[in-house]
Write a new protein. Sequence first.
Lengths: 276, 427, 349
Amino acid sequence: MAVPAYYTRGETVIYYAVRVFVALVLLFLIAPILAVMPLSFNSESFFTYPMPGLSLKWYDDFFFNPRWSGSVKMSFLVAIATTILATALGTLAALGLARANFPAKATVMAILISPMIVPVIISAVGMFKFYASLDLVGTRLGIILAHTALATPFVVITVTATLASFDRTLMRAGASCGAAPHTVFFKVVMPLILPGMISGALFAFVTSFDEVVVVLFLASPEDRTLPLQMFSGIREMISPTITAAATVLVLISTAMLVALELLRRRSERLRGVAPG
Amino acid sequence: MAQALPNDGVMRAADGTPLKVALARAGRAERLKAVALVLPLFAFIIFSFVVPIFIMLYNSVYDPDVAENMPRTVLALKTWDGKDLPPEEVFAAFVADMKTAQQNKQTALIGKRLNYEMSGIRSKVVATGRKIGSIEAAPYRDQVIAIDKVWGQPETWATIKRSSSDYTPFYILSMLDLRQTPDGSIEAVPADRAIYRSILARTLGISLLVTLLTLVLGYPVAYLLATSPQRTASILMIFVLLPFWTSLLVRTTAWMVLMTDGGVFAGLLHFTGITWFLNLTGVLNGEPQLFKTRFATVVAMTHIQLPFTLLPIYSVMKTISPTYMRAAKSLGGTPFYSFLRVYMPQTLPGVAAGCLLTFILCLGYYITPAIVGGPTDQMISGFIERAINSENNWGKASALGVILLTATLILYYVYNKLVGIDRMKLG
Amino acid sequence: MKKFATLLGVALLAGSALGAAQAYAADELTITSWGGAYQEAQRKSQFEPYIALGNKITEAEYTGEIAKIRAMVEAKAVTWDVVSVDSQTVLAGCAEGIFETIDWNKLGLDRANFLGSDVTDCGLPTDLYSTVVAFDTTKTKEPADLFEALYDTAKYPGKRALQKNPYMNLEWALMADGVAPGDVYKVLGTEEGVDRAFKKLDTIKKDVVWWDTGAQGPQLLADGQVVFASSWNGRFYKAIMADSKPFKIIWDRQAPDTEFWAITKGTPKLEEAYRFVSFAGQPKQQAEQANNIPYGPSNKDSMALVKPEILPHLPTAPANLNTVFYADQQFWADKGDELRERFNAWLAQ
């Protein structure tokens, strides 16, 4: 962190000012997420420091009250089904798009990515009306289909990114060695794009697991997901169980982050890029 | 690739077909295979996403309520010149239609639709429906007017005539604070009802402010991340990626908890003396109210969007070779000058990508303003939700949707041209 | 072959996930109410005893939006089978055909035995609650007895928590502006009268925190964020009794109203819905609800079972009835949509 010797006094000031500024911004990014965690151990039901005492009762409520624990189960069910569907559909599409001279590639890509861009309230309202005509409102299948639509762009993007640096001669090499197309896929292509697929799958999982607006319109009361339970909890009566739920969700996202980072390292090692 | 053998001047594939043909055939097969791979997802997105949205948006102009429930009146009004009261047969048709509507419990629907254009008529239609059974024989006109004098005004019938088409410009116009007068010309709505232009301006304003804030806060961080040694950078990166991976709802909840009156944020302002200073300068009187304010909305949105602006800038900065800066410096540029003239221009593609993405995503915010904002901080998405869940006005929701989607798609198009979606990076 | 097996495995997994999604399709009666202390009282007096008989219930909350029920019925996607509704909602909904007409024979109950059963054909009256204003006795210099205190920001400075809904806010505004209680709806029936009410509301707009759910009013008062709050009398009673909050209800211009159980039109669980509503209408259930929250039971046989200490807290207690304001529910059923839209526009300005 030493200032280069040739810096003038003014430049030295700027050098330190930038670092202080960046430190403050990073604090701004992380502090709210960390500050909410201790409050989940508060023995009283309000949100101010100092806390009068510590308690695990909000966690007890979160894990053992069927409303909360049921919503966690529901979220996992929907997110896992969404992840499987989105990863399968998204990976196939990315493989197709990566092939040379795909017709109207830019337009097709723009349509496939659009669920990520279109404001989610518009998607939710549209789906509510259309899915209602198919009797899909209030069913889990409806939520899964809607979430899959919202999640596939992430898979398409991550797998496409992996394929961009993918050496296609490897496939020809495989084929010329006499391997059948599906053998080539599983033995050659799959291991190389797997990191992209997994990180796409993680994104798909998180997209579904965090989504609240679409469920607000599509879910039946007995199929509350965790974000929906949190959102209605916030509007209904602010119970500190929300902070316990938030803490658990932060831990889950931390696990996701670690998984993704490990994948990135593995993928760089596989491709011979210098490890980070 | 097939191996070509030289023969009579034509390049041939191993099986003897001319290479050109073989290549074209292979190309076609390749393309077919590619299409087959993309097709499942493409069909799925069209069916489960694109079609529902278009059907929904169609509601912004499609408006069959009056035509469906008052078919006889609509038909009878066709020949009416619109000057005086309509002739007796219109009233006869009206009585017949209202009787049917009352039986089918559709009067509220008719009233609701007419009320959009003629404030106050809904309750009159419903009340008329309740009393229409007492009219048994001609002449109808005076009996109908006796139920409510609103039926004695030509404007009422002009409104019905205007709403009798299956298609209406009404919703889109009213979302631009415009309306059609009974004679068909377009005018601005009264000032106390004109809110939609200001809501659009508010949505764009908040999005712009948040985008600028994320740029100002994010740029130096991206710079330091991209130029620090790998080990330091990886640690700093956690500060950016952890919020990025944490759900929007959790982060909004965090801000809600921190911003409650007398909460952590107010305590921090107090502790650092900012509250004291603001009171001294007269900006504030007493403790600040943060929760349910524009301030809280902008701060929370900036927090959520910061990684979206920062990461594309960072990934562009990573590709800028340090040799440029060294060259600039060795040619006598001060570090500041070299940064401004050599480094910064090269980061512009990343800035454009990050800012556009953030701006696009900001336009659609609903959850965050709903939780930490007050009534005057709600953006277009919030009004779409309210139009459906509290007013049951699909036409209005769809018209707002058309406006929001148009704005988004224009920016998406720009983004696509400028950055290219296939170059979009995540994490 | 192994790869094929893996692929098959993934396909089966996806299939079973989807299958599970289908199989779980709603088989429980969904009952929607107003959340918070009221739903808690309904839970103790009706839901839990009903579940104890071997039935299944899913609870949901709403904030009284008739639009949500309409949207369900129109989309033919009814997920709320039984809904707790106030008079204006059941009146409007009955006219529009979004609620079932109650077949009292099927309920096995005597309609004449229920107070308020003549209001509508589409609901079973459950109780009489009241919309009131309360204040924190420790936050005001002198106690407020009259509802006008809400508008007297000079004498009673501080924020006020009001419902994000024009109901009673417009009435209180007009009465504070000098309109006699008997003339309120005559004035409110005109465009100028509505303008007048909003003008009066303008005078306190910057001092108002708007609430959505019934629990928020007392909570804002408890957190010290406001000095006055409107809510329903039972919500304040809970805060005063259970949480010993220093609140006092202003009974002046309280607006009593009847609450109903209504069955959503097009529910696939009509039979179960009837069974529940019939159960909820029993004297014991209604009395038990009153013992949990001070709303007067509608079943005339229930009153004898209500604990005596609850009686003075009911909206109908003689001491509370001196300056009662009877809101015109038919007026709201007819004009509610217009006024709500106007109110929403006013809020957003």
